[in-house]
Design a protein around this ligand. Structure first.
Ligand SMILES: [Zn+2]
Length: 93
């Protein structure tokens, strides 16, 4: 994903694993980019079990995003409880 300049999952509409083993990515236009799980190490490594302040977070296991207040939360999709700040930057092409 990083080789395709993808910064977070909110930029990606779908991904297809081709028979060659390559992955084809289809992107949202900038106006439709939503908050998503960051894939760059610097942002992803700030993952945490304890939410410190109200913001939009992404589950580090499945990528589900939620607006959370301070505290501890389980992901409604996968039941894991480790979160990282979600980002909604647009793609640099
Ligand atoms: Zn999850």
């Amino acid at each position: 994903m990083r080789q395709e300049s993808i910064e977070h999952l909110g930029q990606v509409k779908t991904a297809i694993l081709e028979t060659t083993g390559n992955i084809s990515f289809y992107y949202y236009p900038d106006s439709e980019v939503s908050y998503g799980l960051p894939v760059l190490p610097k942002a992803y490594q700030k993952k945490n079990f304890d939410i410190k302040k109200k913001d939009i977070y992404a589950c580090t296991y499945c990528g589900e995003t939620s607006e959370l207040n301070s505290g501890r939360y389980r992901c409604q999709r996968c039941d894991h409880e480790e979160w990282v700040n979600a980002i909604n930057t647009t793609r640099l092409t």
